[in-house]
Ligand binder design. Structure first.
Ligand SMILES: [Mg+2]
Length: 383
């Protein structure tokens, strides 16, 4: 059996005009070009899907995540990856990843878009083999460690009342853990938002705060101390992603967890952060790293006694599904991210897909990633 075709399909799904926004924002001030691009990204779901087919007719789907320019991933797959993958046996997953990684290593393409593309192919191969063998992907990755995965819902905004309202809605939907995206706000404003949410949802709901690399070391420590008083579980991405030693200073100073690393793609990159003790919870993004490399990252984290939580962020339904398969099989799993408000928008490309039940994802025996792609829908959203 050989791989016959590798196809990358960049897609864009616009939000329904009347659907609830992911971000609770007030005002209608004139947006800067940067903010306009950021808001466009929030409104649209863009990513790059990958379809791999064998000469026996078996098909698998993957996703290499890139929310702003998914056509970059498509070009990389078409021009660089597909020629290295077509003709191979799909079971040679790790060899296929290693050959592609090696190909541009000397040129310095060790992370970023190139590894996103490899992730898309890696996910598609796992889905394909799961479909071929009638096994869920987690059984190909070492087997099932748990039957359900606790999920946290991401919500955000700069307004305390609107964020508290959105938090309460998600608790009504069954979530017992919420992450507040609070970027580009002062520490006082950040505390005000968290306090409003805590007052609204009570003490039993787990709260995390993501400040999106927005603080220097000193400000992050001062913020973290105040968030500890509000029983916040973790402070995410507190400071510059290039500074593992600054992050280590923050982690050492605080009792709450420092969650970090969505920008890292390979185990080599993670090694530097783990050796520096820069974080307490590792956040590999499965549709940036792939399952092959994320499994390696989880094992490396485990040797440092660090739990992992799959980052989903802008990822689509295949990214979420792969993250569930990953979470089902790693021993050091903590919790999984879910963007509940945009789940239906992102899932328009499939007819069967995982959805949370009372704030948890159930681990099932559905073969492959547990997703049935609607190929006509995918092609309808192609850009
Ligand atoms: Mg984050």
């Amino acid at each position: 059996m050989k791989i016959k075709s590798v196809e990358a399909i960049a897609i864009c799904i616009d939000a329904d005009p009347d659907s609830p926004s992911l971000m609770a924002r007030g005002g209608s001030a004139q947006l800067s070009p940067v903010d306009a691009l950021r808001m466009r990204n929030f409104a649209r779901h863009q990513t790059c899907l990958v379809r791999i087919e064998t000469d026996t007719g078996a098909v698998g789907w993957g996703e290499g995540q890139e929310a702003t320019a998914p056509r970059v991933i498509r070009t990389i797959i078409e021009d660089i990856c597909a020629p290295m993958v077509i003709g191979r046996n799909p079971f040679d997953i790790e060899a296929i990843w290693a050959d592609q990684y090696q190909f541009l290593r000397e040129a310095g393409h060790l992370t970023g878009f190139y590894i996103d593309a490899l992730a898309g192919i890696d996910l598609a191969l796992y889905d394909l083999i799961g479909n071929l063998t009638d096994q869920p992907v987690h059984r190909l990755l070492g087997g099932r460690m748990r039957d359900r995965l606790k999920a946290y819902a991401g919500i955000g905004g700069g307004d305390p009342d609107a964020t508290a309202e959105m938090a309460a809605d998600h608790v009504t939907d069954g979530f017992r853990a919420l992450k507040l995206h609070i970027s580009r706000q002062s520490n006082d404003r950040c505390v005000e938002i968290v306090r409003a949410v805590r007052a609204r949802v009570g003490e039993d709901v787990e709260l995390m705060v993501d400040v999106h690399i927005g603080k220097d070391v000193s400000e992050a420590i001062k913020l973290g101390r105040r968030l500890e008083d509000l029983n916040v579980q973790w402070l995410e991405s507190p400071t510059a992603p290039e500074d593992p030693y600054g992050s280590a200073d923050i982690a050492r100073a605080l009792d709450l967890q420092i969650a970090s690393g969505e920008w890292l793609r390979t185990a080599w990159q993670w090694r530097e952060f783990l050796e520096a003790h820069a974080l307490d919870v590792a956040m590999p993004d499965i549709s940036r790293s792939g399952l092959t490399e994320s499994k390696r990252i989880a094992q490396l984290c485990d040797t440092y006694n660090i739990p992992v939580t799959p980052h989903v962020g802008r990822g689509g339904t295949m990214a979420l599904a792969a993250s569930i398969q990953f979470g089902a099989t790693v021993p050091n799993f903590q919790i999984i991210e879910h963007m509940h408000r945009v789940h239906e928008q992102r899932s328009k490309i499939c007819t069967v897909y995982p959805s949370p039940v009372d704030g948890e994802f159930l681990v099932t025996d559905t073969p492959g990633m547990g997703v049935t792609i609607d190929e006509d829908a995918v092609r309808g959203y192609a850009i």
